[in-house]
Design a protein around this ligand. Structure first.
Ligand code: SAM
Length: 276
């Protein structure tokens, strides 16, 4: 039992520390250092190259937002592609919809999936669902092989755009996403903290607007992400405002409810200027 160990996530100019009970997993894959800690206040925590990805205590804010917001706007989505998402939280929320027939997850690092399955069952529980197929490869390569209009919803649940994730914010990648998306389809990308990662949000917004006719920013609470506030950019070929919104409440949500939709799509004016 380790009592005085602390682990610190260091973003550029902001850090967050967790007091650790146990180190459950620590190995370097060919892509990154994969660590899972058991902490006093946040349950088990997955970190990649020292950056916090998910905690058991608050991951549902992020995963429920990145899935239920687009599926409320486009409830007819049947075939879904998840980019990254190796911890399984996004997939867990997607399988709540019987109308979703096929979920492809493209995760570059098999070690993330294996470690999450072993140590984070409350998050990774549905990675073995019969509707889910996992491909261990670079999403930037995978998307080039996808048939046109193959998916109705594409979710980029990838790490911050650095290193092997840097390509996932580029216009070329978004052009490939657009080709793979059906006419009424939607794309949603996590776009970082509107407080400490303004450049990531601005670049995602600018690049998506240069490829898609309709883009919208959504936000959510994320207590253990920098600034406890996160952004997402939603893009479509058709006017997102005109798609019928569903009031379906999936089972077992701890944050999401349909009444939240207009609020999560209304970006606070103090942040609006980040987009220009
Ligand atoms: N919710 C987290 C966030 O907002 O930072 C993301 C969690 S998920 C664990 C991020 C995953 O994206 C990682 O497992 C990482 O290996 C994967 N990833 C990064 N770049 C990738 C790429 N080019 N292709 C496929 N997966 C990638």
């Amino acid at each position: 039992m380790v009592s005085s160990l602390w682990v610190t996530e260091k973003h550029k100019n902001t850090s967050l520390s967790f007091k650790v009970k146990n180190i459950l997993f620590k190995e370097r894959s060919k892509y990154q250092l994969v660590e899972i800690f058991e902490t006093y206040d946040w349950g088990k925590v997955l970190m990649l190259d020292g950056l916090m990805m998910v905690t058991e205590k608050d991951e549902f804010f992020y995963h429920e937002t990145i899935v239920h917001v687009p599926l409320s706007i486009q409830p007819k989505a049947k075939k879904v592609l998840v980019i990254g998402g190796g911890d399984g939280g996004t997939v867990r929320e997607l399988v709540k919809y019987p109308t979703v027939e096929k979920i492809d997850l493209v995760e570059i690092d098999e070690m993330v999936v294996e470690a999450s399955k072993k140590f984070l069952p409350s998050i990774s529980s549905n990675l073995d669902n019969e509707r889910v197929s996992i491909k261990f490869e670079d999403a930037a390569e995978f998307i080039k092989k996808v048939k046109p209009e193959e998916y109705d919803l594409i979710i980029a649940d990838s790490s911050d755009p650095e290193g092997f994730a840097a390509c996932l914010i580029e216009t070329e990648f978004y052009e490939d996403i657009k080709k793979a998306l059906s006419e009424d389809g939607l794309f949603i990308a996590q776009s970082g903290s509107p407080i400490t990662q303004k450049d990531e949000l601005r670049t995602t917004w600018k690049n998506l607007n240069s490829v898609f006719s309709y883009c919208k920013v959504a936000w959510s609470l994320t207590p253990t992400y920098p600034g406890s506030w996160w952004s997402f950019v939603i893009a479509g070929k058709k006017d997102i405002n005109n798609l019928q919104h569903s009031i379906h409440t999936p089972p077992g949500c701890r944050f999401w409810k349909p009444e939240l939709l207009p609020a999560l799509l209304s970006f606070p004016s103090s942040i609006e200027k980040v987009l220009n």
